[in-house]
Write a protein that binds this ligand. Structure first.
Ligand code: F6R
Length: 613
């Protein structure tokens, strides 16, 4: 989603603003721009549709200097992704970059138009610029004008604002969309201050970060920071030293972030499991919970996209192991359904970013229904973290590829631990069973590394699958959500239409789609449901479906011959197979996308952090 960087610099800032925008590319965007305060303290800007390199080309021919600058990567909401609609938006007096949505922009635009303001774009952001300008024209100072304008804006947004004639002032505001404040770190940078939509945007500039709270706005000069809370009271926000090590947002030796992140999974899943399982004691140790796990009567798990598929797996785990009622829901549906929730239930929210607008709104609804709120999050200090009763962190590190991979398997690792801990607390499993499941879970990272050895074989498969127009994924039980996730991964990065189905549903409709041109990816490790899934696979083969079979060594021995291609994954306890089986479907979609030449890390129309509805 959109990204913001602002620098109140000690020297020319243009290159460093562009560098910050490069770090924000991972969020997904369709235009980019920069505004600076140039010689004579006047505002100037450059903007370009498409990728950052287009903006860089413009800057080569039409240079832009300045010691104060703001930059933006835009993911279109109001108005097409054109150069005109790209940020920063500006009048002669003010330039603004903006993440989020101004809900009352039509009313404001009408009022301002009636006063003679001329709007050149279709964006909601341009309204902010004219509103501030209008107040300045009425005689207010820059600070007063920004404050007055902020009080009139409705919606969820983050802003960075600079002003003509003010080379020692930048204003930021956070309402519903995150914004961080960066402090210069060394002698040279002591006189510098920064704003960013996340700490990664500023990782080349500083690791001293303060997170603005919901409703805050901030006035920054090189020597002072004044943060105002939502009531206008001056407050201080703690400075953290964050670890946004540049190495983490580097592709290393890989061609794409997605591939790097797929290969990081044995490490990060291992790290994540190690935060909750003590290998010596062989049991799960959750942090202190603000509720009694044994007394929870029902669980609701809410998320979007890939995180929702993690929720589906957790439902199977918790119901089977802990014998507890678990509802799962897509956040965008849940929030408007206003579901009935029994007092004291547990609501679990899963989100890589911790900023997804629908999930955050669903969290707030659950809170209003007196639910205990547990969130499973990857990005620290996110909005969801602030509003949860308790958080379990996935330790996937920054996930840059828009398609979620390592965050998903880390979410599964946390959810598996939670399901074990709940079942034990509820008296549904004994210490021996807990120990057995913990050992199975601890084996996952090593087995994941073995799965990566199948990369080449999956790449070969991908060359065939890349020719298809439609692809179907089938799985049962714990593998059904993995089939859904496989289909989502394929469509989002290769743009091939794909659907994931419960294998048993095939004959209730989708089987009509089967013909020789439709690859069918069957995910079936040996175990309780194996025979049933293989029967469905045979039904597909009988109709000339092209089956690609992701199974384990046992499954490959008995039925591997039936498929066009078979991948024999390591044997592992049935409980943990979905974590392992996520990898081959990720690799398949990656290689299909590469074969098709699509933009793997920043697929069209997608954003990493979906902070709008
Ligand atoms: C798919 C993908 C998305 C996200 C979804 C939720 O690869 O990345 O479907 O899973 O937008 O995002 P978070 O987990 O940040 O709430």
């Amino acid at each position: 989603m959109c990204g913001i960087i602002g620098i109140l610099g000690d020297g020319n800032v243009t290159e460093r603003v562009i560098d910050g925008l490069r770090r924000l590319e991972y969020r997904g965007y369709d235009s980019a721009g920069i505004a600076t305060l140039c010689d004579g303290n006047s505002l100037d800007r450059r903007r370009a549709k498409g990728k950052l390199k287009n903006l860089e080309e413009i800057l080569e021919n039409q240079t832009l200097d300045g010691i104060v600058g703001i930059g933006h990567t835009r993911w279109a909401t109001h108005g097409e992704p054109t150069t005109e609609n790209a940020h920063p938006h500006a009048t002669e007096k003010v330039a603004v970059v903006h993440n989020g949505i101004i809900e009352n922009f039509r009313d404001l635009r009408e009022k301002l138009s009636a006063k003679g303001h001329q709007f050149l774009t279709e964006t909601d952001t341009e309204t902010i610029v004219h509103l501030i300008t209008d107040y300045i024209d009425q005689g207010m100072s820059s600070r007063e004008a920004a404050k007055a304008a902020l009080s009139e804006l409705h919606g969820a947004f983050a802003l960075a604002i600079i002003f003509e004639g003010e080379d020692d002032l930048m204003i930021g505001a956070r309402r519903g969309s995150p914004l961080v404040l960066g402090y210069g770190t060394n002698e040279l940078q002591d006189k510098e201050m920064y704003l960013g939509s996340d700490a990664i945007a500023l990782s080349h500039l500083t690791n001293r970060i303060a997170y603005l709270d919901e409703g805050d706005h901030v006035e920054i000069t090189r020597n002072s920071v004044r943060v105002f809370d939502e009531n206008g009271v001056v407050v201080s926000r703690e400075i953290h030293t964050v670890n946004t090590d540049n190495g983490n947002i580097d592709k290393g030796n890989y061609n794409h972030f997605m591939m790097k992140e797929i290969y990081e999974q044995p490490t990060v899943v291992g790290q994540t499991i190690a935060t909750l399982i003590d290998p010596l004691k062989g049991h799960v140790e959750l942090p202190e919970m603000p509720f009694n796990l044994a007394e929870i009567k029902n669980v609701t798990i809410i998320a979007c996209g890939t995180s929702y598929y993690a929720a589906m797996v957790a439902k199977y785990w918790m119901e089977r192991l802990g014998r507890i009622k678990v509802d799962v829901d897509i956040a965008s549906e849940f929030r408007y359904r206003e579901p009935v929730m029994d007092d004291g239930g547990l609501s679990i929210f899963i989100s890589q970013s911790g900023e997804t607008a629908d999930t955050l709104a669903a969290l707030r609804y659950a809170k209003s229904q007196r639910q205990h709120i547990l969130s499973i999050l990857n990005v620290a200090k996110s909005s969801m973290e602030r509003e949860s009763d308790v958080v379990l962190h996935t330790h996937a590190g920054p996930e840059v590829g828009v398609a979620s991979t390592k965050a998903f398997t880390c979410q599964l690792a946390i959810l598996a631990c939670f399901a074990i801990a709940h079942a034990k607390a509820a008296g549904k499993i004994d210490a021996e069973e807990e120990n057995r499941l913990c050992i199975a879970l601890s084996e996952v990272p090593a087995r994941m590394a073995e799965v990566l050895n199948h990369d080449e074989a999956i790449q070969e498969m991908a060359l065939e699958v890349a020719k298809a127009r439609d692809v179907i994924y089938l799985g049962r039980g714990l593998e059904y959500p993995i089939a859904m996730e496989g289909a989502l991964k394929l469509k989002e990065i290769s743009y091939i239409h794909a659907e994931g189905y419960a294998a048993g549903e095939m004959k209730h409709g989708p089987i009509a789609l089967i013909d020789k041109d439709v690859p069918i990816i069957v995910i079936a490790p040996s175990g309780r449901l194996y025979e049933k899934t293989v029967s469905n696979m045979q039904e597909v083969i009988a109709r000339k479906g092209q089956v690609y079979f992701f199974t384990d060594i046992e499954g490959a021995k008995t039925d591997g011959e039936a498929a066009i291609a078979t991948i024999a994954l390591p044997m592992l306890d049935e409980f943990v197979t979905p974590i392992l089986h996520a990898i081959p479907v990720q690799l398949l979609s990656y290689h299909v996308a590469v074969a098709k030449g699509t933009d793997v890390d920043q697929p069209r129309n997608l954003a990493k952090s979906v902070t709008v509805e």
